[in-house]
Design a protein around this ligand. Structure first.
Ligand code: ZN
Length: 93
């Protein structure tokens, strides 16, 4: 479990937890240890809560920035989970 500081739409700070960081770059598709760029945003429409984190690919030949989208899991309080298939929740291209 990884604890991070996030912000809501109006800028209010909040603390969240995620299950893991992405282990694959959605642009170059290599296995990576994604570099978290300390940008986290929570979207809450009153029904469900989503979390977006900004990462960078650490590979010199890529260096791409990407956003991973986490969804809230009801049965695990306060934890956001990365989709099972990274490309499902990640912006590419
Ligand atoms: Zn990459």
């Amino acid at each position: 479990m990884i604890r991070i500081a996030a912000n809501h739409h109006q800028g209010e700070p909040t603390a969240v937890r995620v299950d893991r960081f992405p282990d694959r770059c959605p642009l170059c598709h290599n296995g990576i240890q994604a570099k978290y760029l300390d940008v986290a945003h929570v979207t809450d429409d009153g029904i469900r809560s989503k979390l977006e984190l900004v990462f960078q690919c650490p590979l010199a030949k890529c260096q791409a920035l990407f956003i991973s989208r986490y969804s809230y899991i009801l049965h695990t309080a306060e934890c956001y989970e990365l989709p099972r298939f990274p490309t499902d929740g990640t912006l590419s291209g």
